[in-house]
Each structure stands twice: as C-alpha cells, then as structure tokens.
Write a protein of this length. Structure first.
Length: 239
C-alpha cells in the first residue's frame, strides 16, 4: 500500500475493529450526522433525513467529535455554522482528515463570502435558513447514493477505540487545530512525518511549525513526550 494511502486509511477509522474495510451492505446503514444547537431545526432536518436512513444529532463540536469516535463511516454531515463551542466548518476540516469524500451540507443563516468560500474549499454545499425541505431531500438522496458508491479507501482502517478517544481528549484539552490534530495522530501511530506532509500537502518547515505549536500548547518537550501522554490517557481510560 502506498504511504499516503496507509496514513489516510489509518487516520480515517474511528472505532476499534479488526476489519479493514466495510462492504457496501454495511455502508448502506451508515447514519447521517446533524450538528445543530437549535432543537427546532434539528426536528425539521431529522424528520426529512429519517426517510433516507438512520440519523444521529448532536448540539456541539465536542459532541460531533465524540460521535465521530463511535462510527467509522457516515452517510452525510449536516452542519450548523455557529455553535456554542466553535463552528461547523472547523469540525468539517477535522472530519475531512478521516472522511475526505463524505457529503456535507452547511446550514447557515449567513451568506458571508468568506463562509461560503470556505465551505466550498472543504467540499460542502450550503443551505440557507429557513430550511427548504425539497433541497434537504435532494441532499439526502445524493448523499445516500454517494455513500453506497464510496471507494474502499473511505471505508476505513480503524484506530483502536481507546487510542482514538485519548487523542480526541488530548486535542480538546490543549485546543489543537485540525492540522495539529492530524500531526498528533501521526506521532502517536509512529507515522513518518513525510507521510503526514504528503497527506496534507505541507512543507517540512510548515510541519516543524505545527510541531512547535503543539509542544508550546501542550507543554511537552518532544514528540516522544506527546506520544507518551496520549498512550497514558488511553491506558487510563481502559483501566
């Protein structure tokens, strides 16, 4: 397997399993994830999406990260922009490191060019509030079809669940960025930095800058110390 494919597969999995790939019969049951803090809007979206499959709903970025840790694959992501602990596009940027092709829809009350442009850069379409049911149904139909045709590389090698949860706890505790999170995951898995650089298309200097930021934010003295800290968190969660 190519180095980039190996890294990408390793970072996409979100729960512990010995299975490398999922076949199409399993992917059909992949749920939709709604990340929205307005319960009335959640009800509207959920009522529409339920006709197309299982639906999970959370109200925060933290809740979305926890949901990601429990499922290897998603049929589609429906994301609010403004959330109490961040925004939907920040979560999507992190999700893209594991699920680069999952259909995503940004539900927003703003049409600011910067928001729309970033959504497009992250491979998401957008829908303005109030929600138009027909457009949401179209997204659901398209997402279901796209998921059933997903390439094997999106069906997920998996990280051990305890390690994945430890990484997410470490990231939240130290407020690491999505790219810094990817670097930490690579460190924990002893992935060569060249693989991480290739996967994110960054230079050696940029990678080193991210590492310096990680060490400054976490207070660790080396990448080995970062790895040890995450391993310790994983061991504690299993004890």
């Amino acid at each position: 397997m190519h180095r980039t494919e190996r890294l990408t597969s390793a970072l996409r999995g979100d729960s512990g399993s010995a299975l490398l790939w999922r076949d199409s019969s399993v992917l059909v049951t992949s749920p939709f994830l709604i990340v929205e803090d307005d319960v009335s809007i959640v009800r509207v979206i959920k009522r529409i999406l339920t006709a197309y499959g299982e639906v999970r709903a959370v109200t925060s970025v933290a809740g979305a990260l926890d949901a990601m840790a429990l499922h290897r694959s998603w049929c589609g992501l429906v994301l609010d922009f403004k959330l109490g602990d961040g925004n939907g596009l920040d979560f999507l940027e992190l999700a893209r490191t594991r699920h680069p092709h999952v259909p995503a829809l940004l539900v927003t009350g703003t049409l600011e060019p910067a928001v729309v442009n970033r959504a497009f850069q992250l491979g998401a379409s957008y829908l303005c509030k109030p929600i138009e049911s027909d457009l949401m149904r179209r997204f659901a139909r398209d997402a279901r079809g796209a998921t059933e045709e997903a390439p094997p590389s999106d069906r997920g090698d998996t990280l051990p669940e305890g390690t994945q949860r430890a990484v997410l706890e470490y990231v939240r505790t130290h407020r690491l960025s999505p790219v810094e999170t990817l670097v930490v995951e690579g460190i924990v898995m002893s992935v060569p930095r060249t693989d991480v650089m290739e996967q994110r298309d960054i230079t050696t200097n940029t990678y080193k800058t991210h590492v310096r930021h990680i060490l400054k934010k976490t207070g660790e003295t080396s990448v080995s110390a970062v790895r040890a800290a995450v391993v310790k968190l994983a061991a504690r969660s299993q004890s």
